[in-house]
Design a protein around this ligand. Sequence first.
Ligand SMILES: Cc1cc2nc3c(=O)[nH]c(=O)nc-3n(C[C@H](O)[C@H](O)[C@H](O)COP(=O)(O)OP(=O)(O)OC[C@H]3O[C@@H](n4cnc5c(N)ncnc54)[C@H](O)[C@@H]3O)c2cc1C
Length: 351
Amino acid sequence: MRVILIGAGISNALISFLLRRQYGPAIKLIVFDKDKSVGGRMTTSCDSEGNHHCFIDMGAQYLTLTKSNSTTTKLFQQLIDDHVIELLDKQNTIGMRENPDKIDYMAPRGIASVVRYFFEQAVVEINLSKHITKIDLDSTNNKCAISTNEEKLDEAEVVIVTVPVPQVLTQFKGSIAQLIDDKKEVKDKLGQVKYSSRFAVGLYYPTSIINLNIPWRIYYVDKNENDCLRYLAIDNAKRNKNEPPFSLIAHTNVDFGAKYIEADTRVIGEQIKENIFQFLPELPRDINNTKYHKWKYSQVIQSYPDTPGYVLLNEHPLLVLAGDSFAAESTFEGCIEAAIETAKKICELFN
Ligand SMILES: Cc1cc2nc3c(=O)[nH]c(=O)nc-3n(C[C@H](O)[C@H](O)[C@H](O)COP(=O)(O)OP(=O)(O)OC[C@H]3O[C@@H](n4cnc5c(N)ncnc54)[C@H](O)[C@@H]3O)c2cc1C
């Protein structure tokens, strides 16, 4: 069986991993993503203009396990045993909520290493910088064909799309758009999926800076302390590397994100950077490089109603929408649960 997965984020990494575990060598898994690297919103970005050992988790920061969740515990344990994640040290953090039923983990090689781990375990073919704009059903050969604006790229009997739903509704042409249009209830529910927005700014320091003069590793900023910033972390310290090269990540709060979402990322990024230096006057200004990112689709605030973890748009050929738009929670743990349901359904239909 050939399976095309559109989106190289954690949801498709997990679905690939689960399908490979079920089918062994009898399945070919082919991944496409519009970005230049794997990870999606679990992305790790290195200082492309300076020290490549200086990197920052620009999106998801840490992975939270619910102790009472036996399903997700197994995968967390595998990641711990294979040294992909480690306990997040909560010493020197400000404003982190404590929950006795939750444990937080960080990824020492950056959060994208978790996504890479599952894709590697699944043995997938990965095609990057491929912006898919069209998905068509071909009922004569029972396949779905995927295309960019320039060319038809591939076809398979199963296509899984884990792109955030608002982007699915605006980006894709062809049979996929027609199928959504024809299914009134599905279309209505897809229209209800909503995401928050926020900006991220990453500061990369040169190795010559041996101290950032900051006493904490993670700081959740309260609304009445600052009306722009929400989350700050000394990213290398978060990963227990309290030595140069240092890096700092800032996320804005979602009200700020919503207010400026249509504005130019660089212009707003500069404004946020100034805000960081005003909020932390002791922070050295001697930086190597700055990265700005607009997360228009950051985390789900309203998921697909009564979601089973996915939506089938067509059974033969199989075209399925999955990812965190269909998860109970817009987190790694939520993505695991939704991926398990998606993989289970695919196995049910093809067994
Ligand atoms: C700022 C921020 C902080 C977060 N913090 C945490 C946290 O601390 N802990 C936690 O557990 N979760 C956190 N999350 C949420 C978590 O990152 C997401 O729930 C998870 O990564 C979603 O994974 P996904 O694979 O479903 O989607 P994505 O990671 O969004 O993957 C979708 C992929 O599809 C690709 N794509 C989109 N359109 C196309 C197209 N037309 N053609 C080809 N490819 C396309 C995208 O490039 C992307 O790689 C955070 C998210 C953000 C943004």
